[in-house]
Design a protein around this ligand. Structure first.
Ligand code: C2E
Ligand code: CA
Ligand code: CA
Length: 523
């Protein structure tokens, strides 16, 4: 019984000994000097506990004092044990939370791939060490369309499936990241056998098969642009800019892969220069409108004009809209340009009317105009100032512009149609419209794209497309305009098919306002 105190102190010592490994782990995890001090103090305690035990055995001490001190020592050992255990588990929890936060900050939550920030960090890491590598920028084409048609859930699943598909095409050392909504990027470390071409070929084979997403099988289409370090840029920003440029080129030309070249860089600089020239030209209203007649097939005479913008140059030449409208769209200048077109057409319209014109003027509007409340307000204001103007104007929207943002297009068309404006779907057949949308919206007219019309004589497939569009338009209660009529044979075919309106070089090229007015007076 007398020796019981030594058992109590021994248990205290056991607690202290058991605290040592945990304290050591904390020391390693925190690298904090105070934990090292504590570690040494525990050793000192153990020695002190042994010394006290020896003292109690060797000396004559009051039994009560011995037991009180023994219990205090036991409690002290237990206290140290609990504190170190609890501290260690808190530290682990904090570390785990930090690790999760770090992962979230550097990874995309949907696909768990590295995100844009981590992609930049990895690329700088290779560049700083002078390791030759390629950057591949990958864009999932028509993702917005897939999202709109199948819903966001399927859209998300498709992104996950695309990420997995891309990941499985990579041979290490290569890393894949998701750098934007539907944009992925790969860093390829240049190694003997495995280069861009090998990687692109593997991706090409993989996307030849549809991806399984829920119940759906979706065939995806990618545009990939590539740049190389150090040939195409010596820092992250330039490499990324060039890969992006190549990717846009791939998208524009519907290629799977386009590598960056110096020529591409020069072309982009020219575009930038044209963009800055365009800005000044809009401010100084350097444009002019040409008018191309649209003839009624039944009456055989002009029923309206399509306004086509021209940019006259100092040397007497013109820059044609196909060269600057896409740049105006990319640089958000299109709205200003369209406003000018509308205002100028309204001014020209008074002159047309003064010369006895009773038809409509067709104006081309872009996808961005269609989504713009500023454009809507501009037209509404114009209508408020001159309420009959809506009888004289038809807006031409391309099929693809309408499909870019269906909801915005629907709202714009319905609002302006209530004011009396007509709408025509331009370049029909080149994009993919939703037929139910065409039935639902007040579309007056469908314009068959000139690529089908021009070749309908020699290409039976084009003839079949024109024939079906005329049929479809009749079913939907829309008029049909065939544009790009260049000879009497095509005209005859179109008349036989029952086309309502005809437009093309066969009747007239686009002409100046003055020429159009002269034409009115001679008819
Ligand atoms: P679009 O709306 O399809 O206009 C028809 C284009 O075909 C015009 O080219 C016209 O000159 C050309 N064309 C007409 N008949 C024939 C033909 O028989 N044969 C051939 N080969 N071509 C014919 P343009 O004026 O160069 O305009 C090109 C495109 O630029 C237009 O295509 C339109 O998308 C756009 N655009 C023109 N003016 C404007 C505008 O004011 N605003 C906007 N947003 N786009 C415009
Ligand atoms: Ca047009
Ligand atoms: Ca057209």
């Amino acid at each position: 019984m007398d020796e019981l105190f030594s058992v109590i102190i021994f248990v205290g010592i056991l607690f202290l000994v058991a605290s040592l490994p945990t304290t050591l782990r904390i020391c390693r995890a925190t690298e904090n000097v105070f934990w090292y001090i504590l570690f040494n103090l525990i050793f000192l305690f153990i020695l002190s506990y042994c010394a006290v035990t020896y003292y109690f055995i060797a000396s004559i001490v009051n039994t009560n004092v011995i037991y009180i001190v023994s219990c205090i020592l036991l409690a002290g050992g237990g206290f140290v044990y609990l504190v170190t255990k609890l501290s260690y588990s808190s530290i682990l929890k904090i570390e785990q939370t930090l690790e999760e936060q770090r992962f979230q900050a550097e990874h995309d939550s949907l696909t768990a791939l590295p995100n844009r920030k981590m992609f930049f960090n990895s690329l700088s890491h290779y560049i700083n060490r002078g390791i030759p590598c390629s950057v591949l920028f990958i864009d999932l084409n028509n993702f917005k369309y897939i999202n709109d048609s199948f819903g966001h859930h399927i859209g998300d699943q498709l992104l996950i499936a695309t990420a997995k598909m891309l990941q499985s095409q990579l041979i290490q050392p290569a890393s894949l990241a998701r750098i934007g909504g539907d944009e992925f990027a790969i860093i390829l470390i240049q190694q003997n056998q495995y280069n861009d071409e090998a990687c692109i070929n593997k991706i090409k084979q993989a996307i030849a098969q549809p991806l399984k997403v829920g119940q759906q099988s979706i065939l995806i289409n990618l545009s990939i642009g590539g740049s190389h370090y150090p040939q195409d840029g010596e820092n992250v920003d330039v490499l990324i800019k060039n890969a992006d440029l190549a990717m846009y080129e791939a998208k524009k030309n519907k290629h799977l892969f386009v590598p960056y070249t110096q020529a591409l860089g020069e072309k982009s600089n020219e575009t930038l220069m044209l963009a800055s020239k365009l800005k000044t030209a809009i401010e100084q209203e350097e444009f002019t409108l040409y008018y191309q007649p649209i003839s009624s097939a039944k009456a055989g005479q002009s029923s309206g004009f399509e306004a086509l913008i021209r940019w006259p140059q100092k040397d007497g030449s013109f820059i044609y809209p196909d060269s600057f409208i896409p740049i105006a769209e990319q640089t958000n200048l299109i709205l200003l340009l369209t406003k000018w077109v509308v205002n100028q057409a309204a001014r020209d319209l008074s002159r047309f009317k003064a010369n006895g014109f009773t038809g409509t003027i067709h104006l081309n509007i872009s996808a961005q105009d269609l989504q713009s409340p500023v454009f809507l307000k501009h037209i509404v204001d114009l209508h408020d100032a001159n309420p009959t103007i809506s009888d004289d104007i038809t807006f031409e929207i391309t099929e693809s512009a309408m499909m870019t943002n269906i909801d915005a297009a629907r709202e714009m068309i319905l609002t302006l149609n209530k004011k009396g404006f007509y709408f025509s779907i331009d370049d029909f057949g080149t994009g993919f419209s939703s037929l139910s949308l065409l039935r639902e919206l007040p579309i007056e007219q469908i314009k068959i794209d000139r690529s089908f019309v021009t070749n309908m004589l020699s290409h039976s497939a084009d003839f079949a497309i024109v024939e079906s569009i005329v049929f479809l338009a009749n079913q939907l209660g829309c008029d049909v305009v065939a544009e790009g009529v260049e000879n009497s044979e095509v005209e005859q075919l179109l008349l036989n098919l029952g086309c309502d309106y005809l437009q093309g070089y066969y009747y007239s090229k686009p002409i100046t306002l003055e020429e159009a007015l002269v034409g009115l007076n001679t008819n």
